[in-house]
Ligand binder design. Structure first.
Ligand SMILES: Cc1cc2nc3c(=O)[nH]c(=O)nc-3n(C[C@H](O)[C@H](O)[C@H](O)COP(=O)(O)O)c2cc1C
Length: 375
């Protein structure tokens, strides 16, 4: 069985994997799926290292690169000093964060340290179109880099055209059927319908409702179903809705290839499907995360309202770095979808793909038997 989109990328399994870990992307592509490497958490230098690792470990297998083109990319930030950017953050928010930091025994930064951190963040990690462009420059000429994915909003035309000129396809995540038309007009080749239960940035429409609407609006353009995939039964359901494959994320966080720390793996394996929430506190836009201490603090009644993107990231990502460094279990609130309730022990990529495909095959056979018996 091969759908059109699978044939574009020589795939044996209808499984696309979004991941920030080059090892996971390489292993998924090597095992018949399609690995898509996220670029938003890494500096340009680190991305170059990750890319080389991915290519070396999965030679001659297609892969994708996921970039963010936020519709309000803050060009002006690139011309402001760190002290000027810091003045955009209300005092109340900074105090709230300092208090949270101290409460959990983490070091509170001085004004100079905060400004130095903002300087590093803005020059190396801020999600602007030009930063996305620099990462893409590293992949355009690579014959196996066959898909550019845009996480937020319609990719700018120049990037769509350049990807097409290099022989790459372009995919975009959509969380609402009303966003489909603009994506198609811009020339996007694949739509990814990202449902409410998905990890990371997500909209508020359940995938069972969203995918068929996106499929209907997409016409001949292939659609991938994103959100809630941890079992082969769910892949069969997604394809019954009209998707040509699934786009997955959370399920790879629990694999041995993932860079997920042991503390975070424990959090994921101990959590149920009711333990995640969509919160604006990480980036300014709704992201599904585990309801850890960081999220709970922002959900409290007396907490300030999260700032718009990208100021909220400028405010909180210094604390994220500290939480990562010290693995502060009381605060950690990793991005993850509702499928974490179906993940309870470490797996590996090959095993996950194998189990998904076995159950997918069984489900298709069961459905046939079910309908056969009924008829
Ligand atoms: C930890 C994590 C980080 C994510 N970061 C991004 C990102 O940077 N860009 C993006 O397009 N999607 C991101 N996503 C969303 C995935 O692309 C995908 O839509 C989602 O994981 C699918 O739902 P699932 O988590 O239920 O499998 C992220 C997901 C997770 C779990």
């Amino acid at each position: 069985m091969q759908t059109e989109v699978m044939s574009w990328f020589d795939m044996e399994a209808p499984i696309f994997a979004f991941t920030h870990c080059p090892d996971v992307a390489a292993a998924v592509s090597a095992n018949g799926g399609f690995g898509a490497l996220g670029t938003t958490r890494t500096t340009l230098d680190q991305f170059a290292i990750d890319l080389k690792w991915l290519v070396d470990h999965s030679p001659n297998r297609p892969f994708g690169v996921d970039v963010m083109f936020p519709s309000k990319a803050p060009k002006e930030f690139e011309e402001m000093t760190p002290a000027q950017i810091r003045t955009l953050i209300p005092r109340e928010h900074e105090q709230f964060l300092d208090h949270l930091t101290a409460q959990h025994g983490l070091p509170v930064s001085s004004a100079e340290e905060k400004e130095q951190w903002i300087q590093d963040y803005v020059t190396k990690r801020l999600r602007t179109h030009s930063e996305a462009g620099k990462r893409l420059e590293l992949v355009y000429d690579h014959p196996m880099a066959q898909l550019m994915i845009s996480a937020l909003g319609v990719p700018p035309q120049e990037y769509i055209d350049r990807a097409h000129d290099c022989g790459m396809k372009v995919a975009s995540l959509v969380g609402h059927p009303k966003h489909v038309a603009r994506q198609l007009e811009a020339g996007v080749d694949i739509l990814i319908a990202a449902g409410y239960e998905a990890g990371g940035h997500t909209g508020d429409i359940a995938s069972l409702v969203l995918t068929p609407q996106v499929v209907d609006a997409a016409g001949d353009t292939p659609v991938l179903h994103a959100g809630g995939i941890a079992k082969g039964r769910q892949i069969a359901a997604a394809m019954a809705l009209g998707a040509q494959a699934v786009w997955t994320g959370s399920i790879w966080l629990g694999t041995s290839e993932a860079e997920t720390t042991p503390v975070i793996k424990d959090i994921l394996f101990e959590s149920t499907s009711g333990d995640t929430i969509r919160s604006r506190s990480g980036s300014g836009k709704p992201v599904r995360r585990v309801k850890g201490g960081f999220i709970q603090a922002w959900e409290a009644e007396d907490a300030p309202r999260p700032l718009p993107m990208p100021l909220q990231s400028v405010l909180v990502e210094e604390l994220f770095d500290k939480m990562d460094k010290y693995q502060t279990k009381g605060l950690l609130s990793p991005a993850a979808g509702q499928t974490i309730g179906m993940m309870n022990a470490e797996t590996d990529v090959r095993g996950v793909i194998y189990e998904l495909m076995v159950e997918f095959g069984e489900t298709m056979a069961n459905l046939e038997a079910l309908l056969g018996d009924g008829g």
